[in-house]
Design a binder for this molecule. Structure first.
Ligand SMILES: [Fe+2]
Ligand SMILES: [Fe+2]
Length: 185
């Protein structure tokens, strides 16, 4: 097999294919938007006096900063030159406490769909390094993000008061994070 001259020319500059790289840059913006959305929910609960849910959403927002950081690090590692994308303002209405949990789950489902699209694009561009990297990081993470979002929506829908629910949600979330930290050590 003879290596196409174009491959040398492209890979001397950057190690991620152009369409895949472009989608990854856009994903930086989506992850930062998710951060801002979850911080908005944290504010809603702070004002309501449900401070454990404030803490929960601040932690979820922190995770979004981490996801954005993974992408940024990977783009830098692969020598992709880019500028930060625009992040739209959060313009969602919050109907009630439960609504934040529905919006969170839907946002995570949307995020998974966006990431699957990057995987498909990388496959089409035969960018196998990035396919593997995506599977190991963002795809894997979405399995967990969607799972906890479904789990906490079910708790949010229980027929009991919000002080009880927020206590349960924060405790469960923190236990899950601690267990994850153990397995990744
Ligand atoms: Fe994320
Ligand atoms: Fe997570």
């Amino acid at each position: 097999m003879k290596v196409d001259k174009k491959i040398f020319e492209e890979r001397r500059i950057q190690a991620i294919k152009p369409k895949t790289a472009q989608l990854l840059v856009e994903q930086i913006g989506h992850e930062l938007y998710n951060h801002n959305l979850y911080r908005t929910f944290a504010n809603y609960f702070a004002v309501k006096g449900l401070h454990k849910l404030e803490e929960y959403y601040i932690a979820r927002a922190d995770e979004e900063v981490t996801h954005h950081q993974w992408i940024v690090d990977r783009l830098n590692y692969a020598d992709v030159l880019y500028k930060y994308p625009e992040v739209p303002a959060v313009d969602t209405d919050i109907k009630d406490e439960e609504d934040t949990f529905i919006q969170t789950l839907d946002k995570e489902i949307e995020t998974t769909t966006l990431i699957y699209n990057i995987v498909e694009t990388a496959e089409k561009e035969k960018d196998w390094e990035t396919v593997k990297w995506l599977q190991d990081t963002l795809v894997d993470e979405q399995t967990e993000e969607e799972h906890i979002s479904r789990k906490f929506l079910k708790i949010a829908r229980q027929d009991t008061d919000w002080v009880t629910k927020e206590d349960y949600i924060l405790t469960e979330y923190q236990a899950g994070e601690a267990a994850d930290a153990q397995t990744t050590q």
